[in-house]
Ligand binder design. Sequence first.
Ligand SMILES: *Cc1c(COP(=O)(O)O)cnc(C)c1O
Length: 374
Amino acid sequence: MMESWQKLLSNSVVKVEDLPFVQNDPSYLRKLKRVSESYPIRINDYFLRQIKSANDPLWKQVVPSPEELDDFFSEEELLVSDPLNEEGDMPVPELVHRYPDRVLLMVNNHCPIICRFCTRKRKIGFPGIVTRETLRGGIDYIRRHTEVRDVVLSGGDPLLVPDKEIDRILSDLRSIPHLEIIRFGTRVPGTLPQRITEELCAILKNYHPIYFNMHFNHPSELTPEVETALRMLADAGIPLGSQTVLLKGVNDDSKIMRELMLKLLKNRVKPYYIYQADMTEGTNHFRTTVEKGLEIIADLMGHISGMAVPYYVIDAPGGGGKVRLLPDTVIERNENEVVIKNFEGKLFRYPQPARKNGHPASPKNKTPDLCQIS
Ligand SMILES: *Cc1c(COP(=O)(O)O)cnc(C)c1O
């Protein structure tokens, strides 16, 4: 008999006094307590049990660090509470309309765990932000805007909403003829897998096409319980994707990322994005250089199945949207040829096709010299 997710959630650690492994260090605890007054703590009972030691990769994602307050008092104003200017792109409360054909709708503002690096640190875990009214307003907005064909349900975590309410939200959304795709942006499958029940899967199945974009940062999150949840979702016909945040000290390492991506793929999850960490106040200690991200992507591309390689993106500060970054694969490009670099670092020349009215790129009588040049 599986434990109920409601019980695991209500048994969350929400106070520093209940954190594991640090109770013998009162001065450290006092510091963490100050942090928790600005940014709440939540570690549900399932996730807590997966933490094996202080400072392991799971611990770092959920236990506050004294460094979170450094950004508050820093002179620089680089880091802000809403780095992606989501509030500026909300035509109605709690709905972000940034791209032409899709919107992000916050369904609640609670999560199975509170991630210390959260881009919505300003909202998560505080009461009264997302309400029945904002949700209704968001759904009405989608109904009025026929250009919206794709909605990302987010929050918070949309799967912390009770089954009956999920059923109602999906049924309301499905009554909108121009809305084609409904996606869930959720960290539940990897952090509270008991929430994925047969009952939930039966509800979701009624509203296809439903997509999931989940959040996984470290291979140790893929426990047997999580693998079961993923199997149930995939068997319900839901295409599964995963998003990962590049985090210093957690997964800023090619070997770890490679293991994570391969493990996801094996569980029928397609790695979708690796995010460069946003410039969110209180999260600076997690940021890595962009070179590190490019290095990791270069270490994945070509070396493992292409299906296991996500896009590496920066969500442009100030609200420009996601921008994909690639390691330099085009070394040279002109009207006659391009020089490209493969995964082993070898260079190849690719002649352009001859242009009709211009000078021929490569003479007809000569086979193009499609060869490795270094
Ligand atoms: C990421 C995001 C989406 C979805 O973008 P895709 O690239 O299609 O996955 C939509 N709206 C907002 C505000 C987003 O941040």
